[in-house]
Write a protein that binds this ligand. Structure first.
Ligand SMILES: C[S@@+](CC[C@H](N)C(=O)[O-])C[C@H]1O[C@@H](n2cnc3c(N)ncnc32)[C@H](O)[C@@H]1O
Length: 259
């Protein structure tokens, strides 16, 4: 964690870098990695949706650049918090362990239609209806990710099982952590906390996030608030994908504000 921050501090040497994460463990690791820059950094435990309010209330100077690296980290995927179908752990999926609702709580409290909506919104899952039905019917049998994975496996053809599992886990994680509303609220408040001509870099890992970013970029352009510095998306090189296969779906977009 703190990899991008380390690079930015070393190459741009800013007066202040504000690092935000809702995961305390990620902040601890970043703190350690960035000890050499301790007079230039402020790492805070916060949700993206709270950043604008926090900065305004704490008189944080307006930013010249903002980097938004979305989604889930490898630290989280490989943890015992149930983010991945590759391991057998309780179905938790909370990025912020101080939040109260786990993914299992969400499954238990949701009706079949709500589950279908969650699976479709976060995973564009063509099996959303069938999956929602199965998960709803068998929810009392779910304790760990292995129980959940078994239900997902049985809800469609074997040859698509891995893709189905990845999309279902992704959808549940997005819903538990309210990632879409977090992103919408962050982007809504962003113009309040940036300098004229500030640059926004976003890294999205799936179409749901990317769609929200494109919606805001379009709005800012129409309102003459911003112009895209690059008209296309930047994707990881083959070398990067080989080194870090989890980067394969990443899309970097860059936009420069005008005023
Ligand atoms: C892809 S990782 C970032 C990795 C980081 N850029 C690095 O260089 O190590 C995404 C991080 O965003 C955090 N995150 C996701 N949604 C968040 C939100 N709404 N508020 C705060 N942090 C969030 C996750 O906890 C995770 O640590």
């Amino acid at each position: 964690m703190g990899g991008h921050s380390f690079f930015l501090l070393r190459s741009l040497n800013p007066q202040l870098l504000l690092g935000v994460d809702r995961d305390l463990q990620a902040l601890d690791i970043a703190q350690e990695k960035l000890t050499g820059f301790k007079n230039q950094i402020k790492l805070i435990h916060l949700q993206f949706s709270q950043i604008s309010k926090y900065c305004q209330e704490n008189n944080i100077p307006k930013f010249h650049a903002v980097l938004l690296d979305l989604g889930v980290s490898s630290l989280q995927l490989d943890s015992s918090r149930g983010f991945s179908y590759r391991y057998n752990y309780p179905v938790d999926m909370r990025m912020d362990q101080s939040e109260s609702m786990t993914a299992l709580d969400l499954i238990m409290k949701s009706g079949e239609d709500e589950l279908k909506e969650i699976l479709f919104q976060g995973g564009e899952n063509q099996f959303a209806k069938r999956l929602a039905h199965k998960i709803f019917q068998q929810k009392n049998e779910i304790k760990t990710t292995e129980d959940l994975s078994e239900i997902i496996r049985s809800a469609g053809p074997r040859k698509n099982a891995v893709k189905r599992m990845a999309r279902t886990y992704q959808a549940l994680r997005i819903a538990v952590n309210q990632e879409y509303s977090q992103l919408n609220e962050f982007l809504e408040g962003l113009p309040e906390i940036i300098q004229p001509e500030a640059v926004l870099l976003t890294i999205a890992y799936h179409s749901g996030e990317d769609r929200i970013i494109k919606k805001f970029q379009k709005r800012w352009k129409q309102q003459n608030q911003a112009k895209p510095s690059f008209s296309h998306v930047i994707k990881p090189s083959r070398e990067e994908r080989n080194k870090n296969p989890r980067s394969r779906s990443a899309k970097l977009r860059i936009i420069r504000f005008i005023s």
